[in-house]
Ligand binder design. Structure first.
Ligand code: F6R
Length: 248
């Protein structure tokens, strides 16, 4: 893992956005795995800036979001479909047909997960995967458990995840279940970029980077992937014993 420590979330946003901008200069089309939540927001702001300055076009980009809540209509203000449109897609030249999401209201969740995984495979797999990390070490919505997951699946969200995300749900109770890419699917990405900021993530970050590889800390599995870059602010890096290389 390459670990970089930055002075602020905004500087992380600039550095991670640059990785995406560089990736888009390569051969097209590119396939990006995207995350929601607070961590990627500075990245999305920078990608919008780059689009507005003519440095980036999404015309040849396909995206797959990591996860989606079950039982939320796509247009609900808390769906990840809405999140991505609000924070990125509506502001750039992203084509609707290229932005892929789980259908969290699909009647047969297993069939929906198979559809999603095969679509990723048909598109050639994910080139660049963006991740955040939960306070409990989750990636996507792969919660701590006894075994690493494989393909996409329906997950019951942990109490910790529900506590962390409940404040966003002002119009309805937070869903108990979500569809998520599984660990094997995430590890199949060619390159992975993970962002963690703030003191609340420090313990999970330490276990991800310096702890043993265990499904009790799902993010620790990233130690087994050859192309992972972790972008931290000082607070999220506070519990690491080894702090190099450091970018300021
Ligand atoms: C979101 C996702 C989650 C978040 C994680 C951190 O699509 O898959 O794993 O990345 O819960 O969330 P924030 O960034 O809000 O702290």
């Amino acid at each position: 893992m390459n670990v970089y420590v930055f002075a602020s979330p905004d500087e992380i946003g600039a550095a991670v956005a640059q990785r995406f901008i560089d990736d888009a200069q390569g051969r097209t089309p590119r396939v990006w795995g995207l995350a929601t939540g607070a961590s990627p927001l500075p990245v999305y702001c920078r990608l919008i800036d780059a689009y507005q300055q003519g440095k980036l076009s999404f015309r040849h980009i396909k995206t797959y979001n990591l996860d989606e809540y079950c039982a939320l209509p796509r247009n609900d203000e808390n769906s990840y479909y809405t999140f991505m449109h609000r924070h990125l897609f509506d502001a750039v030249d992203m084509e609707e047909k290229n932005a892929h999401f789980f259908n969290g209201t699909a009647p047969d969740w297993a069939a929906e997960c198979r559809r999603y995984d095969s679509s990723i495979v048909q598109d050639g797999g994910i080139d660049l995967q963006l991740l955040g990390i939960g306070q409990n070490g989750h990636i996507g919505f792969n919660e701590p458990s006894d075994a690493f997951s494989g393909d996409s699946f329906k997950v019951e969200l942990s109490a910790s995840t529900r506590r962390a995300n409940a404040p966003y749900f002002t119009n309805r109770p937070m869903p108990q279940y979500a569809l998520t890419m599984g660990i094997r699917r995430i590890l199949a990405a060619k390159q992975i970029l993970l962002i963690a900021t703030g003191t609340a993530k420090a313990d999970a970050v330490q276990r991800m980077i310096e702890g043993r590889v265990t499904p009790q800390c799902p993010a620790s599995v990233l130690q087994t992937h050859a192309q992972v870059s972790v972008f931290l602010d000082e607070r999220a890096a506070a519990q690491l014993s080894c702090r190099t290389p450091t970018v300021r």
